[in-house]
Structures are given as C-alpha cells and as structure tokens.
Design a protein around this ligand. Structure first.
Ligand SMILES: [Zn+2]
Length: 114
C-alpha cells in the first residue's frame, strides 16, 4: 500500500487540466502547488486587476480621508477633534458676525432716535 505517493501532476481547478507540477507555482510554507496553473493564475490576476480598477475610479475625485474608515483609534480621534474644532471656529465666526451686525443695527437705531 502506497502512502504519500509523490505526485508529479496537479489538476488546475480553473481549466481542469492535469498538468505537470512545473506548470504550477509552489506555495511557500505549505509546499503545495497552487490551485491554478501558472497560465490561469496569470489570467486571473489580470482579470482581478482589471475589475478592481473599473469598480473604483481613481481619476475622478481626489481621495479624501473618511474619518470612519481610519482604523487607528488615535488618528481617528485626532481627525474628529480637528473637524470639530473647525466647526467650532466657523460657528464662533458666525456668532461674532451676527453680534457685530446687531451692534451696528443698534447703533443705527440709536443714531436715528437719539
Ligand atoms: Zn489552468
């Protein structure tokens, strides 16, 4: 009874062809041939790259940092604080402008009445 027969061929799970092992990449560590033969692996990689680039247009919009997609917690906190600070600043600026406008209006009323 043969235990561990040394295989010299491998069946590609993509093209279903039985091919000599030299037509497969050997996965390091496992010392097992790849599921796909070199040719199919190449095709699959090309297809994969293509579909990736079409599903995610690169040139249309500049990449923005989405706060929720930033995984690092400290970095995310920093960005949130930064965003919050900007909002606060603009609110403060608006309030100041409104206050100034009110003051001017009051001045105008004072000048007219007084
Ligand atoms: Zn194949």
């Amino acid at each position: 009874m043969e235990q561990n027969p040394i295989k010299t061929t491998h069946i590609c799970s993509y093209c279903k062809q039985e091919l000599p092992l030299e037509n497969f990449y050997i996965r390091k560590g496992k010392q097992q041939p790849d599921n796909y033969c070199k040719e199919c692996r190449r095709i699959k990689t090309l297809v994969h790259k293509k579909s990736k680039s079409t599903s995610r247009p690169k040139n249309n919009a500049p990449q923005r940092v989405v706060i929720t997609s930033v995984l690092d917690r400290e970095e995310r906190m920093r960005l949130i604080l930064q965003a919050r600070q900007k909002v606060n600043e603009s609110i403060a600026r608006k309030k100041r402008m409104v206050a100034e406008a009110e003051m001017k209006a009051m001045d105008a009323i004072d000048a007219r009445d007084g």
